[in-house]
Design a protein around this ligand. Structure first.
Ligand code: TEU
Ligand code: CA
Length: 522
């Protein structure tokens, strides 16, 4: 890990299968990422998180790992990976890999050995039971599957082909430390830790996560490495979260929690009628909590599991303004920004009509259950809103064949909006979302927007006003919500440093979704 201040990281999340295909087989690959490193550098990115590229049968698009020590050939070779590391480090950019420790593919050598009847080193690498426990898989149905060879049931918190590893077995923990050491030795700077809450369980209480040894296992896994770690956590409890990332505990550098997604929907697949002030309230609560340097927060509007935030909270009438408003009220807060591929040109949800247009196992399982209760149209509509396929459609580089992603047939259909919504089209506009993200990330070079403090000055539910300040530098961020704000702007001792209405003087009243970043003049 190159020594750097985590709060100065601007991280870009890449879903490798859908980012850029360099060899025309319809699948994004490592060489495609290398081809786009200068693009990311220009955006203002200095670190990338790549979703799993290890050998995998792809039942869950790589989160079902068959071999932790090998790159899946569809992404390229280990030499390609080593080139990626050196190309990143040459640009003083960092690499964060996805660490999926809770489960492996049932095609992994470990599981193949574990399901054998005769006792061997791997027999207890997984959770085997004579009868299933009353626990459901997160992807629907029972979390237990009968194995005909072992003649026992195994636990799978996710897909049937994703068997949960038994971390209470110290051989499992020892193997996982070897996996981390292997990739650190190849130059990896950090890890995003998939469902890290689940590596310690309490199955006597039918709980698949947050078991009694969670902190011990996390500490044991990472304490001997100087790496950046961001855990994916389901908890919403502030004290539980603080316990995982307090510096003196040597556990995680930071973590993702999803409180701010909950206010944007009724359920994962059911659209709500969310208000920006509800989103603001959650962001403000967490940002106010994570103020000291020991508690580093993450800032993210999107990832590969969530349909696009702009399709939940944005406005089609004020598409550029609402996209830049959501971006400003999120990424100018105190924390580490994670920019998910595509949001920089305003990628939105797609609209398909057939189940065959969807790939995601979670979505297909959901549809097959829902279709028993509602019409096909309603079930498909729910997928169009909540499916994880939304953020996984190939990156739309331009409006040419296959949106410039690949010369071959893409593994997943191109977004239905790619003709109008693509990077090239966005860059051709004066109101470019990409260029606004560039300006936001450029502001984050300033101490006030990284280590600086945050103070919420909002007075009602029509606006988000907050201060970012460090030493003598003070900035005011004003994000107006839907309507013309009644707020009188009389900040005469401030100058405009960022505006999504191209203001060069302070307006008397704010327009819909107007963003103003003002710098206090001496
Ligand atoms: O997701 C964790 C998780 O809980 C998912 O169920 C996610 O929250 C859900 O899909 C949102 O609807 C992680 C990975 O991010 C996801 O891609 C994997 O499918 C999952 O773990 C299993 O590894
Ligand atoms: Ca390819």
């Amino acid at each position: 890990m190159i020594n750097f201040d985590y709060l100065k990281l601007n991280i870009y999340q890449i879903y490798p299968k859908s980012f850029y295909d360099s060899n025309g087989d319809g699948i994004g690959d490592i060489k495609g990422i290398i081809d786009k490193l200068d693009y990311l550098k220009d955006l203002g990115i200095n670190a990338i998180w790549i979703c799993p590229i290890y050998k995998s049968p792809q039942d869950d698009n790589g989160y079902d790992i068959e071999d932790y020590y090998d790159i899946d050939p569809m992404y390229g070779t280990l030499d390609d990976f080593k080139s990626l590391v050196s190309e990143l480090h040459r640009r003083e950019m960092y690499l964060i890999m996805d660490f999926v420790g809770n489960h492996t593919s049932t095609k992994s050598k470990w599981f193949i050995e574990s399901r054998k009847k005769e006792e061997n080193k791997y027999s207890n690498f997984y959770y085997w039971f004579d009868s299933p426990l009353p626990i459901n898989s997160i992807f629907g149905g029972s979390a237990f599957e009968y194995d005909t060879e072992k003649e026992k049931y195994y636990l799978h918190s996710f897909a049937i082909t994703q068997a949960d590893l038994n971390w209470d077995n110290e051989d499992v923990r020892s193997e996982m430390k070897k996996v981390i050491a292997y990739w650190v030795n190849l130059g990896v700077d950090g890890f995003r830790c998939d469902v890290i809450d689940l590596i310690s369980k309490d199955l006597k209480e039918n709980r698949i996560g947050n078991g009694p040894n969670l902190h011990k296992y996390i500490r044991e896994l990472f304490s001997s490495f100087n790496v950046f770690t961001v855990g994916e956590c389901g908890s919403r409890d502030i004290e539980e979260i603080k316990a995982k990332i307090a510096k003196e505990r040597c556990e995680l550098s930071t973590l993702f929690q999803f409180d701010h997604f909950d206010v944007t929907r009724i359920t994962k697949f059911k659209r709500g009628n969310p208000k920006l002030y509800e989103y603001r309230n959650v962001l403000s609560k967490w940002c106010s909590t994570f103020q000291d340097n020991d508690l580093i927060y993450t800032l993210f509007t999107d990832n590969h599991d969530q349909s696009f935030m702009i399709s939940r909270l944005g406005s089609s009438d004020y598409y550029f303004e609402s996209a830049t408003c959501i971006a400003s009220m999120t990424y100018l807060l105190r924390g580490i920004p994670f920019i998910y591929q595509g949001i920089e040109y305003g990628a939105v949800n797609s609209k398909f009509n057939e189940l065959s247009d969807f790939n995601d196992i979670e979505s297909i399982n959901y549809y097959n259950e829902r279709i028993k209760k509602v019409s096909k149209e309603e079930a498909i509509e729910e997928l169009n809103f909540g499916s994880r396929d939304n953020p996984r459609h190939p990156f739309s580089w331009d409006d040419s064949f296959n949106s410039g992603f690949s010369k071959g047939d893409p593994w997943l259909k191109i977004s239905t909006s790619y003709k109008e919504i693509n990077l090239k089209n966005d860059l051709s506009k004066d109101k470019s979302i990409y260029r606004f993200y560039q300006k936001i990330l450029n502001l984050r070079r300033l101490d006030a927007f990284t280590i600086g403090e945050f103070k919420d000055l909002s007075v009602d539910d029509t606006i988000f006003i907050f201060e970012r300040f460090y030493d003598n530098d003070k900035y005011l961020v004003i994000c107006n919500f839907e309507d013309i704000s009644a707020l009188e702007i009389n900040y005469d001792n401030y100058e405009i440093v960022l505006s999504n209405y191209n203001r060069d003087e302070l307006p008397k009243k704010l327009s819909p979704y107007e963003v103003l970043v003002l710098k206090k003049v001496k």
